[in-house]
Design a binder for this molecule. Structure first.
Ligand code: FES
Ligand SMILES: [Fe+2]
Length: 346
């Protein structure tokens, strides 16, 4: 079900303070763990299960670099080794909690769920975070009661903007007619397409006179497990009808989205959107965030109901259509990684 040798986003860096009670319980790919910050600021990810009687360690307390289980008081260092057992001097070597490699990048906390020896930070996907001085990025998150494969299929086919998001991000049926150029990435797929002389998306139409049209560029990286980074640009409507616009760049934006499978049935979705400082105007990034917040609730409603149907009849024969090309490419890649890991590779 889950690729293990992979960096998974465990949330925004601001969710984890130095506070006394800042112990964040997370579950990724069906592994429960607790996150906390050491006094030097670095983050520890430790299995949320005491090796004594399986008490949840996120109910414990921080002590310097260490975490103490508050059931019978065993204390664990940031490497997971037990350093103290109340009432005894001898510490058995198996009194040890699994820890996971952690990296903070682009204001996201990334956790490696597989073999620690293979945890190469250069495998973390490119993203633009709220800490980037060249961008005015706003952040949010949502949880969805659906399997992450449905999210992959959703994000690999943006024609759903015409339908699910017709009142928010959507526009015309040009979405279903667009010509997408796909390029293979080491751990994903890049899709690029242009739309010419299109009205603004529904959420921005009130900003322009009726009939206003623009050229828009979409450049999306979708990488394993389910990270989606879109460089979205708006140009004044030029004269070309194919390929890059010859209009003027009006709005330059990035949206970075990490869809992390919690388990088979849930995903935790951490996302952002915002403009470049060069093309920003006050309130613009806030409006983008409002739009995407509303849109992701629309996706949530559709995907949760779809997932209920899929669970009820998992083997029902489904009809294929042309728009499935993108989802099928990414799900094929996921299955390839899963098969390779099952055979001991990657
Ligand atoms: S369950 Fe943690 S110390 Fe007993
Ligand atoms: Fe959507």
């Amino acid at each position: 079900m889950f690729v293990k040798n992979c960096w998974y986003c465990a949330g925004w860096d601001y969710e984890l303070s130095q506070g006394k009670h800042a112990l964040l319980a997370r579950r990724i790919a069906n592994e429960p763990f607790v996150l906390y910050r050491k006094p030097d600021g670095s983050v520890v990810a430790m299995e949320d299960r005491c090796p004594h009687r399986q008490a949840a360690l996120h109910l414990g307390q921080k002590e310097g670099d260490s975490l103490r289980c508050m059931y019978h008081g065993m204390k664990f260092g940031p490497d997971g080794r037990c350093t103290e057992i109340p009432g005894q001097d001898k510490i058995p070597p198996q009194a040890c909690v699994r820890t996971f490699p952690v990296v903070e990048k682009d204001n996201w906390i990334w956790v490696w769920m597989g073999d620690p020896a293979k945890a190469d930070p250069s495998l973390i996907c490119f993203a633009v975070g709220p800490g980037d001085k060249n961008w005015n990025i706003k952040t949010s998150q949502v949880s969805v009661n659906a399997n992450y494969r449905l999210e992959i299929a959703n994000l690999m086919d943006l024609s759903h903007l015409t339908w699910i998001h017709r009142k928010t991000l959507g526009g015309t049926d040009a979405w279903t007619r667009r010509k997408t150029q796909y390029t293979k990435l080491p751990r994903g797929i890049n899709s690029k397409f242009w739309m010419h002389s299109e009205p603004p998306p529904a959420f921005a139409q009130h900003l322009f006179p009726p009939g206003a049209v623009f050229d828009m560029s979409f450049d999306v990286d979708v990488t394993l497990p389910c990270n989606f980074v879109l460089h979205f640009q708006v140009y004044t409507s030029g004269t070309v009808t194919d390929g890059p616009s010859n209009g003027q760049l009006m709005l330059d934006t990035y949206t970075s989205q990490a869809v992390t499978p919690r388990d088979e049935d849930w995903v935790d979705y951490y996302y952002s959107w915002g403009t470049s400082v060069a093309t920003d105007v006050p309130g613009m990034s806030d409006m983008l965030l409002e739009a995407i917040n509303a849109a992701f609730l629309e996706d949530k409603a559709v995907l949760e109901a779809q997932y209920r149907n899929v669970k009820e009849r998992p083997h029902v024969k489904q009809v294929g259509i042309l728009l499935d090309a993108g989802p099928e490419k990414m799900l094929w890649l996921l299955d390839k990684f899963l098969a390779e890991e099952a055979e001991g590779g990657r």
